[in-house]
Design a protein around this ligand. Structure first.
Ligand code: UD1
Length: 426
């Protein structure tokens, strides 16, 4: 296989009304893989990442690494990256602006090369996504930033040095950038108020496998002792808790019974708990997560997103789709991003009763029968929510804008077909 395949994007067709049944293996995590791929820039040598998901955001990141001088090859279910000679050059702008995770290159390149010039990173259009916390933290470590046109430029003339950084909000991206800058900085760095998301923990474990000295992994205070250099390492990307959660809610919404092999159950407490309140019976087994939808599908009343271990913002749209058919009224409060309700409109088109009362909250009167429609995905998780809605709907649903879904799901149609769904992409 060539290192970076071009995938055709098109439409997804779903004939709803089938109870999902059977088992499917959960892919590797997008939000763990992307910062780890950026981190390979720091490792002089080859890193092999098993279970790296074959999704368009990963291909974008690999293209960026290649443009910087890295070598990439796929080996079975994993990807091997060598970053022996890295230089900051003009990186492909579409890959930078196309995903928020390109932001991790900031910390990694400043650490490896001492300077950076890049466009402002993009990603899904879900509210304001400032980067002030990233820049302020890196400034404390010796970086000077300025802007040239639409580009951010940064330089650390004296190299990076450790600092005590207290984050006012446990930002996942900022924590990752500080870690990347700190592992080879002079002296010690302490991050207070660090994000505790499992993806941050995965990044720490990969960096430690490469020779970094990070203590407090998984906690909100991380201590990093800078080392001279890192070496490559073999590392398995953990399974994707959001993909597992999507299939869990799809099984719940279709009143199905499925086994999600290798689902990272330990990281899914809030998502599993919410599904249980709605009528799922879940069992954590050695193989993964076993889910059965029993009795009536009922509203959980309130879903409030939060930082880990709270209910993940990335699961909110999929949960909304299921709440639209569950008996009773559900209020959803989004506390991480404002304007993350773009999926409400296409869900209404399918028959959902959803009213938004502020940029951060809405409610849905459930018990609705959704009907198949032609709807458009406007962002990644909203797109997955429309697929789940299509599985629950009567008749045929066509989801367009599938390039968003491909950013995070390797092959959502194949996975759901394994569970018996009538779904295909064209
Ligand atoms: C967020 C999610 C992460 C998810 C990812 C992809 C949280 C806490 N983070 O990570 O789990 O996988 O989206 O959807 O759930 N902020 C600032 N200034 C900054 C950085 C962030 O004000 O410099 C604010 C954002 O506006 C937002 C919040 O902090 O309100 C979320 O931040 P952050 O965790 O940094 O977002 P991501 O890293 O994109």
């Amino acid at each position: 296989m060539s290192a970076i395949p071009q995938k055709a994007t098109g439409e997804i067709h779903i004939r709803g009304g089938v109870r999902l049944q059977g088992k499917v293996k959960v892919q590797g995590s997008k939000n763990a893989a992307l910062p780890i791929l950026a981190a390979t820039i720091l490792a002089e040598g080859e890193s092999c990442l098993k279970d790296c998901p074959k999704i368009s955001d990963v291909y974008r990141m690999l293209r960026l690494l290649q443009s910087l001088g890295g070598h990439v090859r796929w080996e079975g279910e994993g990807v091997c990256v060598s970053t022996g000679s890295i230089t900051t050059r003009d990186m492909p702008s579409d890959a930078i602006t196309g995903m928020r995770s390109s932001l991790c290159l900031l910390g990694a390149l400043l650490a490896r090369c001492g300077s950076i010039v890049m466009e402002y990173p993009g990603g899904c259009v879900i509210g304001k996504r400032p980067i002030d916390l990233h820049l302020q933290a890196l400034e404390r470590m010796g970086v000077r930033f300025w802007q040239e046109g639409d580009k951010i430029c940064g330089q650390a003339p004296e190299g990076l040095s450790g600092a005590v950084i207290s984050l006012p909000f446990p930002s996942v991206g900022a924590t990752e950038n500080i870690l990347l800058a700190a592992v080879t900085a002079r002296g010690c760095t302490r991050i207070e108020g660090a994000a505790r998301e499992p993806e941050v923990e995965a990044l720490c474990r990969y960096l430690n496998a490469c020779g970094a000295r990070i203590e407090g992994v998984g906690a909100s205070c991380l201590e990093i002792r800078g080392v001279r250099r890192l070496h490559g390492a073999a590392y398995r990307i953990p399974a994707d808790r959001i993909v597992a959660g999507t299939y869990l809610y799809a099984a719940l919404g279709t009143r199905g019974c499925v086994l999600l092999e290798q689902a990272p159950c330990r990281q899914m407490h809030a998502v599993i708990h919410m599904a249980e309140r709605m009528g799922a019976v879940c069992h954590v087994t050695e193989e993964g997560l076993y889910v059965q939808s029993v009795g009536e599908l009922v509203s959980p009343g309130l879903i409030r997103t939060g930082v880990y271990p709270g209910f993940p913002t990335d699961m909110q749209s999929v949960a909304l789709a299921v709440c639209a058919v569950a008996a009773g009224e559900t209020r959803i409060e989004e506390r991480i991003f404002e304007n993350r309700f773009r999926v409400a409109e296409p869900l209404r088109q399918m028959g959902a009763d959803i009213r938004q009362d502020s940029p951060c909250s809405l409610w849905t009167q459930g018990g609705r029968c959704l009907r198949g429609e032609r709807v458009k995905a406007a962002e990644l998780r909203g797109g997955a929510a429309l697929v789940v809605a299509g599985l629950m709907a009567e008749g045929e649903t066509t989801v367009t804008g599938c390039e968003y879904i491909e950013r995070g799901y390797e092959n959502i149609c194949k996975d759901l077909r394994e569970l018996g769904a009538r779904i295909y992409s064209v």
